[in-house]
Design a protein around this ligand. Structure first.
Ligand SMILES: Cc1cc2nc3c(=O)[nH]c(=O)nc-3n(C[C@H](O)[C@H](O)[C@H](O)COP(=O)(O)O)c2cc1C
Length: 358
């Protein structure tokens, strides 16, 4: 007999009927050799599927110039679409709902990934200030190149649906879109830089293209207004968060998925409880997913207080393929091993985390 937990209650996500609120967070595992998903991912995702559970795939690149990590998957070629199909099928066979996270890494890309093309990577602002030795010198996307980047997302969304995914999550939490949003890295002086409205323009254009292609009822977005990935921070994350939430409302997308600030200060201010996303949650009228540092108790409280509708779990789900069941039973959790997060092994640290044996 399971416990009665807010996390283990049904939720209607548009046309999808979820049986619980425990979402698999997107997690890159770098086991898709040369950008092509591999057979071992069938077992990995199927292990983490439960009837009526929502899964979000690892970040999946929308085009060849979108990448930084060579063994993260893509979804721009026919080969990649075909390789995703059996993985998506395996999730569906167990009654899961599977969204593909669409990613362009932006200025963290590297020219080595662009076969024969001397232009290194997209960027929005100044040459990289982060990891300079490691990164190519990024070139700013020209205003007239931006529609091409939007188009990459549109085609990738179409491909994801063709591969069988139930929907797509536009990854605006790290990478190219995030770099447009944040004023620490966006120094543009065209209509994509400066004001909040201008900085959010690219994100909204991508979203509109993707919605136009596959329908708003199959589109979510992930944002991290408080994040600093690749040096992309913002001077007023709360204003950014609420502006984006209000802009998203105009498109009636399926969900907004946001990452907690989780700084020590915000935790203390809120009495040790994570509520940093409250203004965004209140501004957004659709389904809200919160992520970042949650355990079972935090997740239950967040759902109970309607702070979030769904909670996405990363590391705990990585290490506990049957996480919703363990929460329900109050069972102990496996500890994750950081050393194996990104190794190429098709089993170790990937599909070998044990299930409960009761
Ligand atoms: C191994 C690993 C890979 C990750 N890859 C991605 C990714 O591809 N896309 C993304 O949006 N977030 C990624 N994240 C962030 C997670 O989705 C999540 O937001 C983060 O782990 C915090 O949640 P947690 O405390 O429940 O782990 C990754 C995290 C981990 C641990």
């Amino acid at each position: 007999m399971g416990r009665n937990l807010p996390l283990i209650t049904p939720f209607k996500l548009g046309k999808f009927s979820l049986s619980h609120r425990v979402v698999l967070a997107p997690m890159s595992r770098d086991r898709s050799f040369h950008g092509v998903p591999q057979e071992h991912a069938i077992l990995y995702y199927s292990q983490r599927t439960s009837l009526g559970g929502l899964l979000i795939s690892e970040a999946t690149k929308v085009t060849d110039s979108a990448q930084r990590y060579p063994h993260s998957p893509g979804i721009w070629s026919e080969e990649q679409v075909e390789a995703w199909k059996p993985i998506v099928d395996a999730v569906h066979e167990k009654g899961g709902i599977f969204f593909c996270q669409l990613w362009h890494v932006g200025r963290q890309s590297h020219y080595n990934f662009r076969s024969g093309d001397p232009i290194p990577s997209f960027s929005l602002s100044q040459p990289n200030s982060v990891d300079v030795a490691e990164l190519s010198i990024a070139s700013r996307l020209k205003t007239d190149e931006i529609p091409l980047a939007v188009e990459d997302f549109r085609l990738a969304a179409r491909n994801a649906i063709n591969a069988g995914f139930d929907g797509v999550e536009v990854h605006a939490a790290y990478g190219l879109i995030d770099q447009f949003l944040k004023d620490h890295v966006n120094y543009r002086d065209d209509e994509y830089g400066g004001t909040l409205e201008n900085r959010c323009r690219f994100a909204m254009q991508v979203l509109e293209a993707v919605v136009d292609e596959v329908g708003a009822d199959r589109v979510g977005i992930r944002l991290s207004p408080y994040g600093h990935y690749g040096g992309a921070g913002d001077s007023n994350p709360e204003a950014l968060a609420t502006f984006m939430a209000e802009s998203l409302n105009r498109h009636s997308i399926l969900y907004c998925h946001a990452i907690e600030p989780r700084t020590k200060r915000t935790m203390e201010e809120k009495g040790g409880v994570m509520r940093g996303l409250l203004p965004m949650r209140q501004a957004f009228t659709g389904t809200f997913i919160a992520a970042g540092g949650y355990d079972c108790d935090d997740g239950n409280k967040a759902v109970e207080e309607s702070y979030a509708d769904l909670i996405a779990y990363g590391k705990l789900f990585l290490a506990n393929p049957d996480l919703p069941r363990r929460f329900e039973l109050g069972a102990p959790l496996n500890m994750y091993d950081r050393a194996t997060f990104y190794i190429p092994d098709p089993d170790i640290g990937y599909t070998d985390y044990p299930f409960l044996d009761y």
